[in-house]
Design a protein around this ligand. Sequence first.
Ligand code: FAD
Length: 434
Amino acid sequence: MSEKFDVIVVGAGPSGNAAAYTAAKAGLSVLQIERGEYPGSKNVQGAILYANALEQIIPDFREDAPLERHIIEQRMWVLDEESFVGTHFRSDDYNKPPYNRYTIIRAQFDKWFSSKVKEAGALVICETTVECLLMDGDQVVGVRCDRQGGEVFADVVILADGVNSTLARKAGFHGEIQAGNVALAVKEILFMPQETIEARFNIKEEEGVVIEMFGKITDGMMGTGFLYTNKDSITLGVGCMLSDFKENPNRTSPYTLLEKMKAHPSVAPLIAGGEMKEYCAHLIPEGGFYAVPKVHGNGWMIVGDSGGFVNAVHREGSNLAMTTGRLAAEAAIAAKAAGKGFKAKQLASYKQALDESFVMKDLHKYRDMPQVFHQNNQFFTTYPELINQAARSMITVDGIDKKTKEKEIFSNFRKSRSLTGLAGDALKLWRAFR
Ligand code: FAD
């Protein structure tokens, strides 16, 4: 393995596949190295696929990609211990092709994406771990793998090695992972007959529903839960900041949290009879804008989870991964065409394209969100309880007049949060979402 390539891509998740495909399609010689037995074998996602990001890489992906259901309805639930207040957005617009969002099973999807990477001309090697980057002074010139004679050289190395990003840390491109910047998520896939799913969620063949949840299900920690419908399975999971798991006085484990969520009276009937086929845990980089490290240097670029590109508010990760992968590959293609080398200066078009894209614009918009929610757990405890109490009070018909109920609701809010507290919280929400 002492060949030289134009580009080496480390990792075969959505970011690595997007980068390898784009570069190979443009005629660059590409080596992609994946430590898993096959692409997707090590990867975890909910999983919603956002079509737009993939469309820009493989416009006709719908012809053969393994897609589960297109999503026609999005629910958002705020839960207390036994109820939820929610919104449902369902639109027939989402039933008109080309569809905008799909549920997928990552193991199948990553395998399919990898087959496209190979068709585009890249050399894909699995069951091989990149141990470190090879340097010539301050220039990355290749990688060393865990194979005999495993040194490979390239003009550019694209780090698409996921949230742990050990290579970038070893090379000093970014620091240690901070527990306050990553969420630990656990998820399960429960199999059940297609007809059961369609009856329970009021959907037809190929239509899908997603439910996002927050409130008491996270035991006071900053986090959310989710439930997605696949063809003949349901994926559900919950994730909270790693630092909150460490500090949580109840010492709740992720497994306990998921079991509690499954037992919630609003969730349990939807998953009853489901047969568990898969259980896994994974980190999600949720530090947002301020946690994004330096993204390029002499002979290297960072993409996807490795660079912390996740929009936690909208639960978007794979689309940011694919977009950053594509943009990095385009920068490598441009540098190769310009013929002036692969120093940071020649790869700076990656950073520029990132800044101009929705990726950095969205992360910037929500830049204060992680800090606001981290420091104010009332948004996950007090408010969900108060909102559910208020709904219960107004909807229950019990002979008490509505004016009295309103007063009681207001007084409950005042008992839990002072007027200045309420005004301060409104301001914090504005800051988080502005
Ligand atoms: P990964 O998908 O993590 O891929 C990294 C790859 O690199 C892996 O294949 C790994 O084996 C390989 N690798 C690592 N180190 C090495 C090495 N040294 N040598 C060789 N190979 C290496 N996003 C969405 O868009 N929608 C969702 O619904 C959604 N839900 C999620 C639910 C959960 C529970 C989790 C954990 C994440 C979710 N995400 C979601 C986020 C999304 O999964 C990630 O943002 C996305 O997978 C990032 O892609 P990536 O290619 O950067 O990293």
